[in-house]
Design a protein around this ligand. Sequence first.
Ligand code: TTP
Ligand code: MG
Length: 357
Amino acid sequence: MTEKRRIIFHLDMDHFFTAVEERERPELKGKPAVVGADPKEGKGRGVVSTANYEARKFGIRSGMPISKAWKLCPQAVYLPLNFKLYTQVSKEIMTILHAYTDKFEQWGIDEAFLDVTSQVKDYTEAENLARRIKTEIKDSQSLTCSIGIGPNKLVAKIASDIQKPDGLTIVKDDDVERFLAPLPVRKLLWVGRKTEQKLQAMGIRTIGDLASCDPTVLAETFGSLGTQLFLMAHGIDRSEVEENEGVKSISRETTFQEDTADAGLVIQTLHNLTEQVHRDVSEQHLCFKTVTVKIRYENFETHTRSKTLQFITNRLQDLNKASTELLASCIKSERKVRLIGVRVSNLMETCKQKTLI
Ligand code: TTP
Ligand code: MG
């Protein structure tokens, strides 16, 4: 039996946080703008959440220490995070998208996958549908997005990133390998800096190089990741667009633009993340009982530590205390940190807990 051909969209909003800020403050248009920690004239701690395309021209990127961003472009407009607003806009966009298909999966704050197989009969119809979605978002939200269309989630996700901003990239079944071949291996999910270096040492730079590798050599070198890499390099991905059912946990994480051994920066970034998680929790009228901290070192070694509190809470100070303790219990001071994350789970609606403030 041949498998039914699927048509999948991946949509990603363009420079999301700064785009929302520009919409709210038209005077920002055309100027470099950065959303993130307070730069305090170059002495600030914490990182860049995102930068608009004008600021990216100066080399500013998400996850970069805010002090470095300041050095690169002191004249940029630096804005604090207005997470409440971004979450609200995100919700409105997701509602628009959900109306186009039931097979819808939100992926982070500004991305979603849509399986439109049963909505369209071919790629021409798919393209028309994508244009309709882009227009609806532009008209109703005054924001642009980029859409990738492909036969699976992997290809659609890579495609959406190819022609940012305001892009639309279509990769039909027969073009998948040709499309992927010249791209650097880093474009594949799961290929981080270390895997990329290992692959480069083996003479593998592009996805095409990877596709022509002997899969047994990849499996010997990378274990199960090797097999996964080989399949991805051929554009094979059978994962389904999964509908998210309710909220099971709320999390935020940040990848530092450069791995860092600066404990102060790590802790400050953790606190920025707990604030964002807390805002989400409050907005959704939830409280939590379990807190998890995730830390990934430069070699991709990843540790998570969880703590289930003795009480259910919605207070930022409880989240901060638990996450700081968890971080202290697992951080190794001599190691460089690549990523830090925080998650709350064991969620309950606040209204069911009458004793809470
Ligand atoms: P992205 O979609 O990765 O980035 P972006 O929308 O700003 O830019 P692009 O046009 O390249 O898609 O992330 C979405 C939002 O998530 C981003 O606007 C800010 C936030 N974010 C962080 O807070 N920290 C991070 O390290 C990253 C990558 C994103
Ligand atoms: Mg985006």
